[in-house]
Design a protein around this ligand. Structure first.
Ligand SMILES: [Zn+2]
Length: 258
């Protein structure tokens, strides 16, 4: 059930008997030369399409912008930055809380939002609420270990995993001719980048967030090569995530919030 599609008396009736809301959060940002800027928003939206057939839980409108300052140099990327992302999300969650929500499922499409969601989780607990982050691209690695790939870093950005998920939405959204190879740069001769936000030194990854243009010139940072993406894999990941979240919600609703 979509918040945008119901009337205020229907919202009032929902919050009389329910206190759980799904809040989708994305980003508008570079995903390599082959993927659309809306990747991190359209994948959660696709998961929601499946999820809403499996649960009556209220779904808030998707927030299409997030915290992505490190990618902001790439044309078309729009970042709200950490402070504004926090403030916008706080107002959304707090607004829902004032109407009766206490349990929040944030369906997130973008890793740069995670630190903001951690902070929101604690601040919402202060208000008697509970927040669960559904970071789909990480969850699926645990749901099906084969989907984890061979990269030493998890998740990735613009690699096969996200490319497959976008193919499941519409294969024509991918510019296949623009799929290039991974070109990770080095900070210095001794300090090559390892993933999007770390350098590797003597076998150890040292977190070091830099502008992504320092890390790669084409904007994709793994994990797996996008040429391995298939529409079928994308559909499997989207369906598995939706199934999982539907089951999680049932357990989440039973948590005693006092
Ligand atoms: Zn992404």
């Amino acid at each position: 059930m979509r918040l945008a599609n119901i009337t205020w008396p229907q919202a009032e009736a929902y919050f009389k008997d329910h206190d759980t809301v799904i809040v989708p959060l994305g980003s508008t940002e570079c995903h390599g030369t082959h993927m659309p800027l809306g990747t991190d928003t359209m994948i959660p939206d696709k998961i929601l399409e499946v999820l809403e057939t499996k649960t009556d839980t209220l779904i808030a409108p998707t927030m299409p912008y997030g915290n992505t300052d490190y990618l902001a140099v790439f044309p078309g990327t729009i970042s709200l930055g950490p402070e504004v992302t926090y403030q916008v999300m706080f107002r959304i969650l707090d607004g829902l809380r004032k109407h009766g929500a206490r349990r929040f499922i944030v369906l997130n499409g973008h890793g740069g939002n995670n630190s903001i969601l951690d902070r929101l989780s604690v601040d919402m607990q202060k208000e008697g609420c509970i927040l669960a982050q559904m970071n789909w691209w990480i969850m699926v690695w645990d749901l099906v270990p084969d989907w984890k790939g061979e990269s030493p870093w998890r998740g990735g950005h613009g690699g096969a995993e996200e490319t497959a998920a976008v193919m499941a939405i519409d294969p024509d959204l991918i510019d296949y001719d623009a799929i290039g190879d991974l070109h990770l740069k080095s900070l210095s001769e001794e300090l090559p980048f390892s993933g999007m936000s770390a350098v590797r030194f003597k076998g150890v990854d040292i977190p070091m967030r830099r502008f992504t243009t320092d890390v790669t010139d084409n904007g994709w940072v793994g994990a797996d090569h996008p040429k391995y993406a298939t529409k079928e894999w994308g559909e499997q990941m989207i369906n598995a995530t939706a199934d999982y979240i539907a089951e999680f919600i049932e357990a989440f609703k039973k948590v005693d919030l006092g």
